[in-house]
Design a protein around this ligand. Sequence first.
Ligand SMILES: Cc1cc2nc3c(=O)[nH]c(=O)nc-3n(C[C@H](O)[C@H](O)[C@H](O)COP(=O)(O)OP(=O)(O)OC[C@H]3O[C@@H](n4cnc5c(N)ncnc54)[C@H](O)[C@@H]3O)c2cc1C
Ligand code: FES
Ligand code: FES
Length: 509
Amino acid sequence: MHAEGADPIRLVLNGERVDIAHLSPQTTLLAWLREQRGLTGTKEGCAEGDCGACTVVVAQSRGDGTLAWSPVNACIRLLPSLDGKAVFTVESLRAPGGELHPVQQALVECHGSQCGFCTPGFAMSLFGLFKNAHAPSREQVDDALSGNLCRCTGYRPILEAAERMGEYDAEACGATGWRSPGVAADGSRIVSREEQQLAAALDALAHDATFDYRGEGQRWLAPVEADGLAEACAQHPQACLVAGATDVGLWITKQHRDLGTIISTAEVRDLATIRRGDDAFEIGAAATLADAFAALDDDYPELHEAWVRFASLPIRNAGTLGGNVANGSPIGDSMPALIALGASVVLRCGESTRTLPLEDFYLAYRKTARAPGEFVASIRVPRRPGGLVLRAYKLSKRYDQDISAAFATFALAMDAGRIASARIGCGGVAPTPARAVSTERALAGKPWSEATAAQAAEVLEAEFTPIDDMRASAAYRRRALGNLLRRLWLETGAGTDAPTRVEQLLAAG
Ligand SMILES: Cc1cc2nc3c(=O)[nH]c(=O)nc-3n(C[C@H](O)[C@H](O)[C@H](O)COP(=O)(O)OP(=O)(O)OC[C@H]3O[C@@H](n4cnc5c(N)ncnc54)[C@H](O)[C@@H]3O)c2cc1C
Ligand code: FES
Ligand code: FES
């Protein structure tokens, strides 16, 4: 019997079952690994999900005898969220016989390490890729490493290691059992007996009622059904809701906040699902960003590039669409796109639900229409209509893993060369994610022409009053928004087969 709470955290660490009691529920996985378990191979660089030095791989049962393998940032991962899951750190990669794992061997042979501080994080991101792809493409490698920073080696040798890691004889390297490759040459999943056993062990740890953990005077409640979440929110209306903790984690590591009672949405099964209805995608608030973006890719491939530039793969593996929407940051990336697609947010309080157009959910800077005790249940995104012209543009200083200076999504409903209606979602230019209604009006009913685009761009430049900050000046943001609309014309306007202005300029040297 545990003194403080009925439920200990039960997880599998590097193959060994561990039970945890007494520690505060806002202990990070990284602090626990390093300070309680002495596993100092996992490094702390930034403590805010930005550098990847703390990357570990989490394996989760899919409920069918297989495991889902996801690299995540241990520095902002809260310990109780690992209940019922398996965590693998860099210490576990080397085989019991001492052989280096193919990802390690490749890093050694390609000279992918100098000071070595970033190397465990790279190794674990590569291990995640090793489990999820056979002969990964350059695009997959770039995405897998988008959350890892190296300050001294340079990326070329690390990219070479990613290409080479699949070429070793896995068995000779001791890469068997859970260390084995995850995908065969024909694309089928490889599931070793050891992985099946681990999946069964994790299934046995699953809760069928709310997981209630207490430590150091704090409480963590993780309901497994939406009804349980509604009940917990009603009983603790001031509790801190947490999903993937990719925002909340920083309140702990950077602001040193005491979160009091925490209610996790991450284990709520009916909130993690994504339903493809005839009219709309119903994306449960706890669906990860990775899963939500993959679903939206089916109907809206034009958004793919913006999604790949959303944070990094480990952040998208942990963070949720519901968390991004509920957090309501004016520089959040999914909202401008979702607003342009006509999405709405479904809120639940007790037994009752209400649905708001997403743009109406945001009232003021970081203030939403969510009442105490209410939670985001899902985000409803209409299926693709016919005749849609769609583009999303993210402007930031770095391509990967950077916060937007401005973000714009344009959705034009076309009818025989005319714009029947337009929806434009913008980020980074107002205190909330915003809809550019004046510009939408300036476009509606007009032919899609250079003159229309130029006129509407001027309206868009005047529509918002952005602020100056370290990311961009107000003047830049205004001008950039207008230019994005001009870019939309160049990319999608009349004669798209003809070279765009950019291509003409490039051809002219
Ligand atoms: C390194 C790094 C890079 C990032 N890059 C980007 C980026 O490029 N673009 C971007 O938009 N964001 C970015 N973010 C922010 C963050 O990843 C996203 O906002 C993410 O979607 C948050 O989801 P989460 O599940 O982690 O939310 P959490 O951190 O768990 O919660 C965020 C907020 O939402 C609330 N909440 C969560 N679920 C619910 C619910 N169901 N109902 C009501 N309230 C709820 C929480 O109480 C909290 O206020 C980045 C973060 C990091 C650390
Ligand atoms: S320590 Fe930098 S991402 Fe975790
Ligand atoms: S090897 Fe030094 S930071 Fe990457």
